[in-house]
Structure formats: structure tokens, C-alpha cells
Design a protein. Structure first.
Length: 189
């Protein structure tokens, strides 16, 4: 296990877009609907970040995630739950004080759509560690297979804001690739 790369063991969507749409209807005093939301409506409510998007839940599990990378994700605490395999000596039979910081762990999460977009802003930034970006990209790439509209709204902070708020910019903001990414992010089809 120590030499394996991080991977996604599974990813599944727990909530539904009907749940999101019905919650949105509740907020504007409309009766529940029968029609499935369109991709355009999904992208619009995600970009608006209205509260009903929190009813769309996603569950996933990383395997072989370096412990120190896992710690980066555990720092996210609102709208997400973490379950990380223990390194406790009394549970594993291995003295944890001898474990390396890159010792692999299993890290399972479930989070709502709003938090997934928020994590993306932090962990897709070029100032995040490459290993953390790569681990989060695994999640977003898998998510795109199930929820393409949500995955399309998972962008770095600079794309979300339209400028780089970091003290030391990587230089991506303002580049042609940045402008293209911002346009793609903002486009609703």
C-alpha cells in the first residue's frame, strides 16, 4: 500500500436534483414539481449558490492518500464529514511515532455541493500543494461522470472571483487560459 498512488475507491451521489428543485420551490412558495431540472437550471442555481444546493450530497473515498494530504482536507469542516483510517498504536499494533508523514490512509467523506465548490476554490489553486491538487482533481474528475454541472462549477478561487486574491500570485490570473476558464465557468447553456 505504501507505494501505491492515491486513488478514488468510490464516489456516489446521495441527494437528487429533484430534492434541490423542491427545496428551491419551497423557498419561493411554489408546490413541488414533477419535472426534472434541466442542465441549464442546475448550473444557474450552482452559480447563484442558493441554499437548496446543499441538498445535493456526494460521498467518496480516497485510498492511499498521504497522511499530510489528508490533513489538508480535514481542515474543511462545514458541510462535510471526514472518516480517516486511524494510525493509533493500540488499533494498528504499529508505533505511530515511527510513521512517516506520507504514510497512506483511507479517507472517506460526504459533502454537500456548496462545500465541494468551496473546497475546489482552495485546493485547485496553484498555491495549493501539487499532491493536494492532484488528490482533489481525482474527486472532480470522478464527479464529472455523475454530475457534470457541479464539476463545471468547481474552479480555483481566481476563476471564481475573476482575480487572484493570494499574496503571491502564481501568474495564472490574467493569462489567456485564465480568461478562457472564466468564460467557460460563467457560461450557462
Amino acid at each position: 500500500m505504501e507505494n501505491e498512488n492515491p486513488c478514488i475507491r468510490y464516489l456516489k451521489v446521495v441527494g437528487s436534483w429533484r430534492d434541490v428543485a423542491d427545496a428551491a420551490r419551497t423557498t419561493i412558495r411554489m408546490p413541488e414539481g414533477q419535472k426534472e431540472p434541466s442542465p441549464k437550471w442546475k448550473k444557474r442555481i450552482l452559480l447563484a449558490e442558493h441554499s437548496p444546493i446543499r441538498k445535493l450530497l456526494v460521498s467518496w473515498k480516497w485510498g492511499n492518500l498521504p497522511y499530510w494530504v489528508s490533513v489538508h482536507f480535514v481542515r474543511h469542516k462545514y458541510g462535510i464529514e471526514h472518516f480517516v483510517s486511524t494510525q493509533r498504536t493500540d488499533r494498528t499494533g504499529v508505533d505511530r511515532t515511527g510513521n512517516r508523514q506520507d504514510a497512506p490512509v483511507e479517507h472517506e467523506c460526504f459533502a454537500n455541493a456548496a462545500e465541494i465548490m468551496f473546497i475546489s476554490r482552495r485546493r485547485m489553486c496553484m498555491q495549493a500543494s501539487p499532491e493536494t491538487r492532484a488528490a482533489w482533481k481525482l474527486v472532480i474528475d470522478e464527479l464529472a461522470k455523475h454530475e457534470p454541472e457541479l464539476a463545471a462549477c468547481c474552479v480555483p478561487e481566481c476563476v471564481y472571483r475573476g482575480f487572484c486574491p493570494e499574496f503571491k500570485s502564481c501568474g495564472f490570473a490574467g493569462s489567456p487560459a485564465f480568461r478562457e476558464m472564466v468564460e467557460k465557468y460563467r457560461t450557462v447553456k
